[in-house]
Design a protein around this ligand. Structure first.
Ligand code: NAG
Ligand code: NAG
Ligand code: NAG
Ligand code: NAG
Ligand code: NAG
Length: 612
């Protein structure tokens, strides 16, 4: 059957090739336009000889079926719950049709272009070409753009394709994506004085003895979320991973100092965890003088320390993906940043197996990513979920949007809230942040200048509603109820039908951590995300060691069952854009999601067994 299809489409392609010369087969028409986001300035034409890697997102044959499979195996009330798909099953559903691949290849061939690589399902084709050639291929012009905060890229806001390829290719990048992944964190060398007038220390003496609001530690998390004493049993099978971008790589000596002080039994983790380098990402080495000067790897250090502090003995894997080099203002050629998630996720999907939980603490304004591209990257995440892995993303640190930046990018300059991508993707789990203990409330810390003269911006747990993705079925009831209860508050500033996020939350203010051999504290959904990942990896341990499948894509379970094992956060709001922002309320809200983990209850709800 398969052979027949191939033969038939090869014949089809050959006939077409003879029938008419490719370039004139169909005329070029604009395929995609994306406005240059605020903050970017066009500087000059890009050098024609500058070589970049172009990623062509070829139409997947049956994403609807993949999505259906994802939801079935992730829905606790479905008979296929937990029956995650194999790599080959996923590939089979998303690989483009032979006809589509033939037409795309024919177009490349006719223009003398040979692919330099493919994703495992061939739903992405890579070509490596000088910009001059790409300009002819896409009938466009690349310019160099500079960001006000630094960073130079070559981009083309508008690009074209022959008409007959418009429904064969979803997206091509880098063309018009101005996405800049940002780590979601705020750090301090010295612990700042905690100044929340509403704070009262926990009345529970056990909690009060281990939780210091100015410097929260693994012992506090273990007590607060009740993982203390749990002994892992599935270490041969269960793993947890985390992503590093922007030149970040975790430093072993700092992880060792941290664990020796705060989780001594886990100290060997610092030496053991593998660091995987993808697409020329940084490797496993001590900080260089340049990295020290630019404060690199604070995020990566936070991530490994937050996970290792809670998830021991679960093996941890670090992924450092290149492709988004740090800004270098002196180079004459642009840094052609591939959007790094795509490079990573396509690499991952090519692996036979990978960790059951993977966390990412980087995100950016959704509107800087063209919708067509955001959709395709999101569809790659769906494939990871279908294979049984929970992908966690931090929800952002600016509440409903960064103060002074809440303006639309559609050319109309409308005031609006700014959702973040990837947390806005419905196939991932977005993690917000809380602070304090009894009760936990929305993490919020207004801007201030520290005693060292360093200015720190406003920080609030990020949340909101996507402008690209509609609310998926799993949260439709909770999200519509929330919107209805707002009673018109913030109407016109957000998409009432959008995918609401975050889905879950955990502590995210003043984490104790080490960098450059020194202890400091660091805050952000960057902290809550790896912490949550560590806790969920323990839930997976309890499942896997009783012969059950891991949680996989979490959201359908979280919204229908898992929420009963969370502490609902009902105080605080997503302060941002100069307003109070969405309030935390009873039930789901777009600032703390469904709440913070209660480990033993999550295990019980998922059908696992606790081992002490
Ligand atoms: C205090 O907190 C600990 C840890 O969460 C818990 O085991 C204990 O039951 C709590 N005590 C009271 C009196 O609530
Ligand atoms: C809480 O942490 C801060 C910062 O590390 C420290 O200065 C303070 O002494 C701690 N408080 C207690 C009661 O341990
Ligand atoms: C929107 O803002 C940009 C940058 O501030 C400005 O150049 C442009 O003219 C504005 N457009 C409208 C329609 O107001
Ligand atoms: C890193 O640590 C060294 C040794 O303690 C110190 O001299 C240096 O100032 C630190 N660098 C930064 C950027 O903190
Ligand atoms: C923080 O937000 C407030 C309004 O909520 C604003 O007045 C202030 O300028 C912001 N600070 C910074 C550094 O963005």
């Amino acid at each position: 059957m398969v052979g027949f299809v191939v033969a038939f489409s090869a014949l089809f392609a050959a006939q077409l090739t003879f029938a008419s010369p490719v370039r004139s087969r169909t005329p070029y028409q604009v395929k995609d336009v994306h406005n240059v986001p605020r903050g970017w300035r066009r500087v000059r034409r890009a050098p024609a000889d500058h070589v970049i890697d172009l990623q062509i997102g070829v139409k997947q044959s049956n994403f609807a079926e993949l999505e259906k499979n994802l939801y079935e195996v992730s829905d606790p009330d479905h008979h296929r719950y937990g029956k995650h798909l194999s790599a080959d099953e996923v590939k089979e559903l998303v690989k483009p049709t032979d006809e589509t691949l033939d037409l795309v290849h024919e177009w490349l061939d006719a223009n003398g272009v040979t692919p330099s690589g493919y994703s495992s399902a061939k739903d992405w084709i890579m070509v490596t070409l000088p910009l001059g050639d790409i300009e002819r291929l896409l009938d466009t012009e690349y310019h160099v753009y500079e960001h006000k905060d630094g960073g130079v890229v070559a981009r083309a806001p508008k690009w074209s394709l022959p008409l007959h390829l418009h429904d064969r290719i979803d997206t091509i990048q880098p063309t018009n994506s101005f996405f800049r992944a940002r780590a979601q964190k705020f750090d301090h060398v010295e612990a700042p004085v905690y100044t929340d007038p509403h704070y009262t220390p926990p009345s529970n003496e056990t909690l009060n003895a281990v939780c210091n609001v100015s410097s929260v530690t693994p012992e506090c998390f273990q007590t607060l979320y009740s993982t203390k004493g749990y002994k892992t049993h599935a270490c041969g099978k269960n793993k947890v991973g985390f992503n590093n971008y922007l030149g970040e790589h975790p430093i072993r000596s700092d992880a060792e100092l941290f664990l020796a002080k705060y989780r001594p039994e886990a100290v060997s983790t610092a030496k053991d965890f593998p660091q995987i380098t993808i697409a020329d990402g940084p490797g496993d080495y001590a900080l260089t003088p340049e990295e020290l000067a630019s404060a690199t790897s604070k995020e990566a250090n936070l991530d490994i320390q937050a996970i290792a502090g809670i998830s021991w003995k679960t093996p941890i894997i670090s992924y450092s993906t290149g492709g988004s080099p740090p800004f270098n203002p002196s180079t004459s050629t642009p840094d052609n940043t591939n959007e790094p998630y795509l490079v990573w996720v396509n690499w991952l999907l090519d692996q036979k197996s990978f960790p059951q939980v993977i966390t990412t603490s980087y995100a950016d304004d959704e509107q800087t990513v063209p919708e067509s591209y955001a959709r395709r990257v999101c569809q790659q995440f769906a494939q990871v979920g279908a294979r049984g892995t929970s992908l966690l993303f931090s929800s952002g640190d600016s509440g409903v949007g960064p103060y002074g930046e809440c303006i639309s990018n559609d050319g109309k300059n409308t005031t609006q809230f700014l959702p973040e991508f990837p947390p806005s993707c419905p196939y991932v789990t977005a993690v917000g942040a809380t602070k304090n203990f009894e009760p936990e409330v929305v993490a919020y810390r207004p801007a201030f200048v520290g005693p060292d003269g360093v200015a720190h911006g406003n920080y609030t747990s990020g949340g909101g509603f996507s402008n690209y993705f509609t609310a998926p079925a799993y949260q439709l009831e909770q999200a519509s109820k929330y919107v209805k209860n707002l009673n018109g508050l913030y109407d016109g500033l957000y998409n009432k039908k959008g995918r609401g996020y975050p889905d879950i939350s955990a502590q995210g203010l003043y984490f104790a951590y080490f960098w450059n051999g020194t202890e400091g504290v660091i805050s952000g959904t960057s902290a809550s995300c790896p912490l949550t990942g560590g806790i969920l990896s323990l839930v997976n341990d309890a499942l896997i060691s009783t012969g059950k499948p891991p949680l996989g894509f979490l959201n359908p379970w979280l919204y229908s069952k898992g929420y009963k094992g969370l502490t609902d956060i009902v105080s605080g709001s997503a302060v941002g854009c100069g307003v109070d922002g969405f309030p935390a309320v009873e039930g789901w809200d777009p600032v703390t999601g469904l709440g913070t983990p209660i480990f033993p209850e999550l295990v019980a709800l998922a059908g696992g067994k606790l081992f002490y």
